[in-house]
Design a protein around this ligand. Structure first.
Ligand SMILES: *Cc1c(COP(=O)(O)O)cnc(C)c1O
Length: 422
């Protein structure tokens, strides 16, 4: 390895050079990204230089596709990874929505709010876009707002679909903004009852909750992300799965994208005409490094066991939740990977300041990104006694520094007697 160039070196053309980028290790204790397993990073770094059509890169994609079907609990042929982040997977999921299509979207926090925005972009006619280019409001999209801190229930979905009878319905499975689990069974049943095609944002639930998407056949489309339950952050695939109903619709009507076209993108994953095929058809230049790390992330998830991992999240979240409550905070979430809470009344309005202080000390927690102001602490891949102790201990220190009366020793004692109970 060559020595790091001195700061202030100039490029041959005289450009003032930056030093090499150093990124510190933080304790990733937010809603995402999760803490990438070192074994995933090792596969990334160990991959050789190989192009996107090299046999082992293509084999890696085929194996990843098979593992993804297992992770989703599906037989859907059109199950693969979309290059990019969660929003890429969701963009692919929404791409079959054409201008003028009727949609009902359920929003109960920041992320379903952004999903609703993307749906409005897709369902807009040119006139809708011209009327409000950066925030179109096509009349054919109905947004049902559920208050922050509450879940979308089957009753809410049933009532809205009965009233509006749309072509499509959208819901987030777990809304990460408010930390709420929404009623997927109720959503599926209402979609089935009213012959609506359901689209679900499973960014926060895939790889964390234990569910099989084939149990929800009226949900035609699922999309997730690389950085939460899948924990494959180093370049990155957003898992998606489409059932035959939506693929048939796409065959009839098409859609307006090349990169995020479900049928076209699937060709590179060796899926054609609804079947697995031997040969990949070039769609874009996949990175062998990304394939190797994604493959390892999926292997680790399946080796841990989907059900076991889900149980681990439930167990450790319960410990974290009790500790946060013991510090006088009010938890309003019900997600197994994330605790969303209000500070004690005396400290209301200090959420941002507290989070900024923690983050600057390498303890990466989050505030909410939309109203109301709350704090979010997550445990993605932090499923050990040591890391939960570290998270609770650091948060207790931050509360004490802010002036709260917290008995840190007692909180940690109680946490550890709970953790020892398993
Ligand atoms: C994190 C998240 C997203 C966005 O994922 P990116 O990887 O940031 O693109 C979308 N929806 C939900 C529910 C999320 O939690």
């Amino acid at each position: 390895m060559s020595a790091q160039p001195e700061f202030n070196q100039k490029s041959a053309e005289g450009f003032e050079m930056f030093p090499q980028l150093e990124i510190p290790h933080t304790l990733a204790a937010g809603p995402g990204p999760g803490n990438t397993d070192p074994r995933v990073l090792a596969r990334f770094a160990a991959a050789g230089v190989a192009d996107h059509m090299q046999a082992d890169v293509v084999r890696g994609m085929k194996e990843a596709k098979a593992m993804l079907r297992e992770v989703f609990g599906t037989k859907n042929a059109y199950t693969f990874g979309v290059c990019g982040t969660g929003w890429d997977g969701l963009d692919c999921a929404f791409s079959p929505i054409l201008p003028g299509d009727t949609v009902v979207a359920f929003v109960n926090g920041t992320f379903s709010g952004i999903d609703d925005f993307n749906i409005r972009l897709k369902a807009s006619t040119p006139q809708d876009l011209a009327a409000d280019p950066l925030n179109p409001k096509p009349a054919n999209v109905v947004t049902v707002n559920v208050p922050h801190g509450e879940s979308v229930t089957g009753e809410i979905v049933e009532a809205a679909l009965a009233e509006h009878k749309p072509m499509w319905a959208f819901m987030a499975h777990w809304e990460t903004g408010s930390g709420r689990v929404n009623d997927i069974e109720g959503f599926n049943n209402a979609c089935a009852e009213h012959d609506v095609m359901g689209i679900v944002d499973a960014v926060s639930s895939l790889g964390i909750g234990y569910f099989n998407i084939d149990d929800y056949p009226a949900v035609t489309t699922w999309a997730s992300c690389p950085q939460k339950g899948i924990l494959g952050l180093p370049l990155t695939y957003a898992p998606v799965s489409f059932n035959d109903k939506v693929i048939d619709l796409l065959k009839q009507r098409g859609c307006y994208t090349y990169v995020h076209h479900p049928i076209l993108e699937a060709r590179h994953w060796c899926i054609a005409d609804g079947e697995d095929v031997e040969t990949a058809a070039y769609h874009r230049t996949h990175s062998g490094y990304a394939v190797a790390s994604f493959h390892e992330a999926l292997r680790l998830l399946l080796l841990h066991g989907r059900e076991m991992k889900a149980a681990d999240y439930v167990f450790y979240e319960k410990g974290l939740r009790s500790a946060i409550e013991a510090m006088g905070c009010k938890v309003t979430s019900n997600m197994p990977s994330l605790v969303v809470f209000d500070l004690p009344e005396a400290f209301e309005g200090k959420e941002k300041e507290l989070v900024v202080g923690c983050r600057s000390a390498g303890f990466a927690i989050w505030n909410t990104l939309s109203e109301p102001a709350q704090i979010r602490i997550g445990i993605l891949n932090q499923l050990t006694v040591e890391t939960i102790n570290d998270i609770v201990g650091r948060f207790a220190d931050a509360m004490i520094e802010m002036g709260a009366e917290v008995d840190k020793v007692q909180v940690l004692d109680d946490l550890n007697s709970y953790l020892a109970s398993r």
